[in-house]
Write a protein that binds this ligand. Sequence first.
Ligand code: C2E
Ligand code: CA
Ligand code: CA
Length: 506
Amino acid sequence: MIQIRWQLGRYIRHGWRWFILIQLICLLSVLFAGSLALSERLDDRVEEVVAATDNYLNRGIDSLTTLGQELTPGVCDATTEFRLTEAAIHSDVFDHFAYLSDRGGYCRSATNPLYPVQVGQLISTHPGPLWLSFDDSTLTPYQLFVLEQTPGHYLIGMAKSAHLLERLISPRDREFIRQIQIQVDQRLFYARDSLTQVPWLSLQTNLSQGKVNAQMMALLLSGDHWRRWLTYSLPLSLTLGLILPVLMIRRRSHQGVLLDDLTTALRRGEIAPVFQPIVHGGNGRVKGFEMMARWTHPTLGKITPDTFIPMMERHGLLDNLLTSLADQARGKLPSTTYLSINLSGEQLTQGLRDPLSFLLELCHKLEIPANRLMVEITERHALDYDCPQLQETLALLRHAGFKLAFDDFGTGHNGIACLRTFSPDVIKIDKSYVHTVSGDAIQKPVLDAIIQLARKMEVEVIAEGVETDAQRRFLLERGVTSMQGYLFGRPAHWHDSCPLPQPATA
Ligand code: C2E
Ligand code: CA
Ligand code: CA
């Protein structure tokens, strides 16, 4: 239950940024993909509109030409008007017809609202033999075709713009293509809502009846286009928004611990120092204490250093950890003991700050001189002891009075090879070798060899992980007096009310 609550809390604390970011990315991708699809769709539509216009023009002219052949030139009588009315009823292009002749006058189909003066104006302002126009002077806008049948005789066809719209744009597209304007030979031929803005799409094509220019404006945020896009993308982005943060958090976490958790823990002082005595195995005198970190998480409880130290090392937080531990340990150390701290190899070599001044600052915080601080160099990654810069750093530290120890000697990278170019003050024999005393006959000689090697090099030895009296006696027999392990004391918090074993008087 606690675990679930913690994971949920972690999701809310760390995941919301990812959630918002993913939603934004999804929204932008949807807008982008939607605009691409829309512009492709509009491109197709403009082409269709131009083709439909061409078709419409040809059919209009054919229809006028055929009707013209049935009429007697220059005659405008009742028969003519009847013929025009009849043709208007049957025509699938025009709603009205009219005939204008300089000899016979003007006649028109029934209900035709066109006056001859409008035709006259059209003819006078543009060269023939075909005049096309858009007439929106009445409530119902019209397309006007004027065809000069023979010189001085004009046949006129009128079509309601609404009919043209039906031919040009399908009912589905009509809602989203808001403005459209078609020009033929630079004369306005059709307009649905006059084009007030720069058109979204425009196409100019030479067609059989002249140069047709079609321009369109589509409404971006309306229509089922976007509705369709959002129907698919919204559930997808919500799902991604929920799943991806979980994956991100998992990727960034190490055994369930997040970097952010670590920095918060440091800030809140959840990581506290514990101290384990390093004693004289013969008389039990406490010579020093090793300071180690303990993290008590508010909901998860105790988290072991093996979990969080490698992660802190990766993120360069070990300096902050030591500083925080030193702050908490200030003034607690008995004056006759030294303090041993763990310093990873990378803390010595990362070069972000000067190791000497960092350690001096730690001593200042701890209120102890440099010669009471032992630095255990732990190596998770191999250190290049041949490197002159590292040698110089180690020499400087030793010159300042710090005691230098190789931690976990004999394991990982802390092996005999390290002694080739640098001789520490102390080597700490790893507990795995000490534990061989009680059984492992093959490994026991290795422990012997390490002890002899250290003696030859005149390096002090501390045996770690001493748990039994047999181990203590074995070590004493071989001259190893400094020991650390559960036999003498476990790592413990330094409570004023419950002090650790105080150094025995010699
Ligand atoms: P280490 O430096 O070798 O620390 C000794 C580890 O052995 C500690 O484990 C300690 O609790 C454990 N130990 C001590 N006596 C005995 C014993 O008699 N028997 C057994 N079985 N174990 C014993 P811990 O505290 O879990 O620390 C593990 C490692 O985490 C440490 O190994 C050290 O490398 C690292 N570490 C702990 N605290 C710090 C820190 O403050 N800074 C850095 N850089 N590393 C730390
Ligand atoms: Ca250590
Ligand atoms: Ca160790």
